[in-house]
Design a protein around this ligand. Sequence first.
Ligand SMILES: NC(=O)c1ccc[n+]([C@@H]2O[C@H](COP(=O)([O-])OP(=O)(O)OC[C@H]3O[C@@H](n4cnc5c(N)ncnc54)[C@H](O)[C@@H]3O)[C@@H](O)[C@H]2O)c1
Length: 356
Amino acid sequence: MQSIELELGKRSYPIFIGNNILGDFGGTLKKYTSSKQVTVVTNTTVAPLYYDAISDSLSAAGFNVSLIEMPDGEEFKSLEWAGRIFDKLVEYRADRYTPLIALGGGVVGDITGFVAATYLRGVPFIQVPTTLLAQVDSSVGGKTAVNHPMGKNLIGAFYQPKLVYTDIATLKTLDQREIRAGIAEVIKYGVIKDEELFEFLKAHADGILEGDEKGLQHIIERSCRIKASVVSADEREAGQRAILNFGHTFGHAVEAVTKYKEYKHGEAVAIGMIYAAKLAERVGLCNSDVSLRIGSLLERYGLPLEASGLAKAELMSAMKLDKKVVLGDLRFILPKKIGEVEIKNISSSTYGDMIV
Ligand SMILES: NC(=O)c1ccc[n+]([C@@H]2O[C@H](COP(=O)([O-])OP(=O)(O)OC[C@H]3O[C@@H](n4cnc5c(N)ncnc54)[C@H](O)[C@@H]3O)[C@@H](O)[C@H]2O)c1
C-alpha cells in the first residue's frame, strides 16, 4: 500500500492507494478516530458490491456501523438528498466525532463531503473512492458540493477529508466508459505537470485499458501526487490551483449545452483539452505538435476530440457563465508544452473564433 501526504499543516492527511485493501480499512481507520460509531454513505449500485467488505472490516475493528444508501445518479447530488442524509444522521444519533465515510464515485463523495462539512458544523470525513475519476481527482482536495437546479456545484464548501482510502480492485466492476472518462483527467495531469506520466499513458495504454493493476496503481499515484502538491500550495484556488481546470472551461460548456446527458465529465474535458491546446496554438503559446500529441493519446483511450453539432451561440453563453470571467475576458489554462501550462485571459473574439 502506498501513502501520499497532502500537506496542509494541522489538516494534512494521507491518501492510501493499494490493491485489495478494503479488508484492512477498519484497522487503518482506528488510527484516525477514537469514535466507536461510524456512518457509511453509499449508493444502490456500490452498496451490493462493496458495502459488506467495508462493514465487515469496520466491525472486525470494533466499530458500530450505520448505513445510508442513496439512489444512483447526478440528479441526487441535491440539497434534498443532503437533507435526507442529515435526517438519518440525527436518527442514528451521530455526534461530532462520528466519522462520515463516502463509499462511491464523485457524486457520493461530493454530497457526503458537503454533509460532513455542515452537520454539527463539521464532522470527520473519510473518502473511499470507487471510480477512477474519484480516485484521481474528486476524492482529493476538499471541494464538496451539491447541485442547484440552476447549475452544478452551486452550493458547497471547502472541507478536507481526514484520509482518502483508494482500493484499485474496486475498478474491476466499473464500466469501461467510466474508466476512459477517468483517464481523461489523468491525461490532464500529464499535460499540466508531468510529461513522463503522459508518455507512460501512451506506452501502457493496452494494459491500463485491460485493468492491469500495476499500471493503474502508477497512474493513480502520480495523479494524486500532482493534485496533492497543487492543492497544498493553493487550497482555495486563489491562483495556481486553477491549472487543474485545464480543459474544463470549454468542457463545462459542452456538458451544459448537452444538458449533462450526452457526455461524461471526462469526455467533455477531453474535448475541452483539445480546444484549449488549439487556442494556445492560436495565441502563439505552443505549436501544433501539442494538440496533435494530446489528440492521439485521447484517441488511444477512445475519448472524443470534438463535439459536433452544438450551437456556437449556446457554447459562448455557457462559457460566459463560467466563474472564470474577468471583465469580459475568460481565464483559460493553456499548454506551452506537454508538462507545462500557463493561466491566460483571452478575449471573447479570440476564443469565440475557435468554435466552428
Ligand atoms: N470534488 C471535486 O473536486 C470533483 C472533481 C471532479 C468531479 N467531481 C464530481 O464528481 C461527480 C462525477 O463523479 P464520477 O465520475 O465518479 O461519477 P459517479 O459518482 O456518478 O459514478 C459513476 C457511476 O459508476 C458507479 N460506480 C461507482 N463505483 C463503482 C464501482 N466500483 N463499480 C461499478 N460501478 C461503480 C456509480 O454508481 C455511477 O453509476 C460529478 O458530480 C462531479 O461534479 C468533483
